[in-house]
Design a protein around this ligand. Structure first.
Ligand code: PLP
Ligand code: COI
Length: 364
């Protein structure tokens, strides 16, 4: 069993799932990350035994020992991707192999075991098939999948654990920034997200834990999201708390901070760069300083900026605020380039446009 890449999944149906009427109520206005579906996937890992005991079971609390390693040393990684309803009633994932690849890169960085791509993909298929009735129908709706893995060994010494638990949970999702046509960012002066050699490129819970105080500051300042600057010079724009960032200039070119270990290699980022290049736009993956950003916004050389990620999709940035400055971008509303890229991306994700890259993986 230990070396099998795809395990047999046991299935235990929820004895008391959410009623059709209650589920319909949730799906009519799901918000983001509030409601959870009826089932979850669980797979165990133990050194010497490999991945084993794969199952789909009722979504329920876990029982863990207070000395469980993750509670002390935060050995935890996760992914986020969406299942979309296709025009014919089927469902598909968008580039799930990319999530599998990033999950394993995160695992390596956090001294955790890699999961065979086939098993990761199968776990997502099992999750969506079990809770297929939870995929919202309407435009903008999707089933957000959250695969994650944590150190589940019970011990207190500081070392990589030898036992891990992997789960997939699911949550029906609507817009992340509900009702916001564009968002305002808070440029954190004091806090940074990631340093060279650190864990910025890994999708580990710890990165988010350390970002929360800055995100809370952003909210207190009346902003939607924090934007982080680099940890060395405190100058270069890196990314937001939970999204990558892109800039659109008056000559129509697009620029985004380069990957280099301190930002998350977003799958939305990569997809948009590909679509923009194919549309003939000039694309640069180059550093962009906060002072230049401010000057370009004020001179009009910068026409648009937008956030991109699975949760946010593409969301225009209207304003940026910091301790002693504030500037607006373009007309401060949704940008034309952002909207075009978003509609092109979403049309592929939802099976309404050709998919020349083979990004869309039908589940049923
Ligand atoms: N950056 C951070 C910090 C994120 O949490 C996310 C979301 O997953 C992204 C960027 C965008 O990544 P993706 O497009 O793969 O969702
Ligand atoms: C995602 O987009 O999947 C994320 O993890 C970001 C978070 C804001 C939900």
């Amino acid at each position: 069993m230990a070396d099998a890449t795809i395990l047999d999944f046991e299935f235990e149906a929820h004895p008391n799932p959410v009623s059709d009427a209650d589920r319909a109520g949730v799906l009519a206005d799901p918000g983001f990350g509030k409601a959870l579906t009826d089932h979850m996937v669980v797979i165990q890992y133990a050194e010497g035994h490999g991945w084993h005991n794969a199952r789909v079971q009722p979504h329920a609390p876990l029982q863990i020992n207070p000395a469980c390693a993750v509670l002390h040393y935060a050995q935890e990684i996760f992914e986020g991707l969406k299942a979309y309803r296709l025009p014919d009633g089927g469902a598909a994932l968008f580039r799930p192999e990319a999530n599998a690849g990033r999950f394993n890169e995160s695992a390596v960085r956090m001294a955790m075991p890699e999961m065979p791509e086939e098993l990761f993909l199968e776990s997502l298929g099992q999750m969506v098939r079990a809770d297929r009735h939870w995929i919202p129908e309407g435009e903008g709706g999707s089933l957000y999948l959250r695969p994650f893995m944590f150190a589940s060994e019970t011990f207190l010494g500081v070392r990589p654990a030898s036992e891990f638990t992997y789960l997939v949970i699911a949550s029906p999702a609507g817009a992340y920034f509900k009702g916001a046509e564009s968002v305002t960012l808070w440029a954190s002066e004091h806090y940074t997200r990631a340093a060279p050699g650190g864990t910025g490129a890994a999708k580990c819970g710890g990165n988010y834990a350390s970002s929360l105080v800055a995100q809370a500051e952003a909210i207190r300042e009346g902003c939607h999201q924090v934007v982080f600057l680099d940890a060395v010079e405190r100058r270069w724009v890196e990314e937001l708390g939970g999204m990558n960032i892109m800039f659109v200039f008056e000559d129509g070119s697009i620029q985004t901070p380069p990957l280099g270990g301190t930002i998350l290699p977003g799958i939305t980022r990569d997809s948009l760069l590909t679509l923009a290049r194919e549309a003939g736009l000039t694309v640069r993956e180059e550093r962009y300083g906060i002072d230049q950003w401010k000057a370009d916004a004020e001179s009009g050389r910068l026409r648009e900026a937008f956030a991109c990620g699975t949760a946010a999709v593409v969301t225009s940035i209207g304003k940026v605020r910091g301790r002693d400055f504030e500037f607006g971008i373009g007309n401060q509303g949704p940008g034309m380039v952002a909207q075009k890229l978003k509609s092109d991306l979403v049309a592929i994700q939802r099976g309404r446009a050709p998919d020349p890259h083979g990004w869309v993986k039908r589940l049923f």
